[in-house]
Write a protein that binds this ligand. Structure first.
Ligand SMILES: [Mg+2]
Length: 340
């Protein structure tokens, strides 16, 4: 048996079994959410790690090195945002072929430093290793919001309840559109899509505002809305209806790929917006708070679905209520034929 036969999620299950039950009682959230959470003194630390590999997660020669650095940190920030926390400290491990031009590393770190400064993160250390291809691994900690009850108030994948609305924090599909124009050699015609793909802006604002408003269920959109909502369904043992015609689509994506824009918004990865579920009134309060925070007077949360009873999983419905089968199922990193 090879790891590709198990797939990413099968392998995670297997490794979790190998580790057994965590000892002690400091761990609050273990394997299976966007990030881990443990008690640290009077507070709670959120921790996550993510790797970008040349040729797998970024196309060498097609994406600027400064953007590789930005995105390596941003992907981790998004997982802290997905728990409702604020990022704090990062460790960066670089695997580099010895003949890597130093100017590439300089540019990567300029982008990484810019992202760190933007989000108030301190890079506190790391490791450098010689390897055959360029790999950037970031480990990031963050701080959870602690309530008056002295407990961590988090966004959990397992907290969706029947009757909840499902909302997303912004238009989707631009990152998938950016990847597509890069692959099709159309980057020069669609710079904003490339920018969305190369330089995502994780939603720490929406995560913390959501938690403070009382939202308890959420995750970030890294694999694609349909796929990631499926993770919420499995963790919460619920069914979700996703309304295809209500998914907000990035304007530039609609212009570039009008026929495919809706399905790319539903299934395309790496937008790094958040999915939040909750009752309609609480979600409306989050929308209002986000408008005030950003000083923008148009919708900041978009209701795209509902949590219902029934078979665990996501059902995608079109405007007539007919079920839609999206062939693209998002990213399953170790299976053949997955996105690159
Ligand atoms: Mg995530």
């Amino acid at each position: 048996v090879e790891v590709r036969d198990l797939g990413e999620f099968g392998l995670i299950d297997r490794l979790q079994k190998a580790l057994g039950r965590p000892p002690g009682d400091r761990l609050v959230v273990g394997i299976g959410d966007d990030a881990a959470v443990w008690r640290s003194g009077d507070g709670f630390t959120i921790a996550t790690t993510d790797t970008m590999v040349e040729g797998v997660h970024f196309l060498p020669g097609k994406v600027a090195w400064k953007d590789v650095g930005w995105k390596a940190l941003a992907a981790n920030i998004s997982d802290v945002a997905a728990m409702g926390g604020t990022p704090a400290f990062a460790l960066v491990t670089l695997c580099l072929p010895p003949d890597t031009p130093v100017e590439h590393v300089d540019a990567m770190y300029a982008g990484l430093a810019e992202c760190a400064e933007t989000y108030g993160i301190t890079v506190a250390g790391g490791d450098i290793v010689s390897a055959r291809e360029i790999t950037v691994t970031v480990a990031l900690t963050g701080d959870a919001i602690v309530g008056p009850d002295r407990k961590p108030h988090l966004l959990r994948r397992s907290a969706a309840r029947v009757g909840d609305d499902v909302a997303v924090t912004g238009p989707l599909g631009a990152s998938a559109g950016g990847l597509r124009v890069l692959k099709e050699g159309l980057a020069a015609q669609h710079p904003s899509l490339v920018e969305s793909h190369a330089r995502p802006w994780p939603r720490v604002d929406a995560g913390t505002i959501g938690v403070r408003a009382g939202i308890t269920c959420g995750m970030d959109i890294s694999d694609g809305l349909a796929q990631d909502l499926g993770h919420i369904c499995r963790a919460s043992s619920v069914r979700a209806e996703l309304y295809l015609d209500r998914i907000p689509i990035d304007n530039n994506l609609t212009l570039a790929y009008p026929a495919d824009a809706a399905s790319m918004a539903a299934a395309g990865g790496e937008d790094y917006e958040l999915i939040l579920t909750g009752d309609a009134a609480t979600l409306a309060a989050v929308d209002q708070a986000l408008r005030r925070h950003l000083d923008l007077d148009f919708p900041q949360l978009h209701t795209v679905g509902r949590i219902t009873t029934g078979h665990v999983g996501v059902v995608i419905l079109d405007a007539t209520g007919a079920e839609v089968d999206l062939t693209s199922r998002g990213w399953d990193h170790l299976r053949p034929g997955s996105h690159s």
